[in-house]
Design a binder for this molecule. Sequence first.
Ligand code: GDP
Ligand code: MG
Length: 379
Amino acid sequence: EPPITLRSLSEAIGIKANQLMRRMMDLTGQLVTINTTLDEDAAIELALEFGVELAIVREETAEDQFDRLLEDARAEETAPEHLQPRPPIVTILGHVDHGKTSLLDYIRKANVVASETGGITQHIGAYQVEQDGRRVTFVDTPGHEAFTAMRARGANVTDIAVVVVAADDGVMPQTKEAIAHAKAAGVQIVVALNKIDLPGAEGNVNRILGELSAEGLIPEEYGGDVPVVRTSAVSGQGVDDLLATLATIAEVYEYKANPDRPATGTCLEAEISEGRGVIATVLVQDGTLRVGDAIVCGEGFGRVRALFDDQGRSIQEAGPSTPVEISGLDAVPTAGEKFAVLEDISQAREVAETRRTRSRGASLGETKAITLENLYSKM
Ligand code: GDP
Ligand code: MG
């Protein structure tokens, strides 16, 4: 949005710029020039000083469009007839060495169909598995810190948090933190009581259920609403139960999205790859992302040149809850940054360039626009 300067205000309300400047200096006690900028409220007040009622009408800028797309995606209820079920997005959290990575690996190996070349390489930090026709998306990039960092940036990429607790250890400091973060995020919580294969593990179960209760997670078997699934990432015991539990929660909460709209979602990780340019792993959260789409993510923009799924296969489109690797951005976005597909590439460029100018301006300590408070600071 173009800033309101004394010059543009003068033109808009037909009062000489000199008069505006003088009045403004009287009011603020600051030196002003014809190029001094005002925020909307200050402009309205200053115009009122001259008896002019100023109405500020803004056309939708590319940046507004970006925000609106994200908002529409959030306001799901607005078009329930377009909504379709989507897989739940699951993050695994817990104390170090309790088996988060092992559990994720086991789930992936047991449920992802190996490609013809054999072997399953994990290409991106998120993947989707299917069991009995029900799909679940796991995000394993976040881990604990990234989960917090993303939440701090306002990104919510989780429907369900699986809190892993090793049965030979119990609730530890990072378990408590994980529980606190999951609660703050308002996501559903499932506990995986892992390493249940270890000798003596069974004997600890009651104590650990008590520890969980003390953290406010009342296990179902204690009459609460938190499923506690015994698992082993070594033998695979309970892993099917865990997936079934996640799918059941998804059915109860009916996670939905509209695949028939411009895609929006969140960047999970990004880097510059030699020969391929900027490669970003993004999670599509609403809409469908397609090759050729004009996309903005953070300060980067571009046309989606290629899409790769979680097994590195080239695909043409990716619907809601799909993690996908994209190329085509011209700058590396930060994890947690939102993306949206805009109507055309010029709008995508406009948003990205506005953001770059703004962050350059911020680092140069650009002078702030006059606001209502400092307009009347002398009064
Ligand atoms: P993370 O730090 O939570 O990601 O934990 P890891 O997945 O790296 O596991 C830590 C250690 O526990 C590794 O040596 C794993 O092999 C081991 N481990 C993980 N899950 C299990 C399990 O279910 N049973 C047993 N016996 N060992 C496990
Ligand atoms: Mg790990």
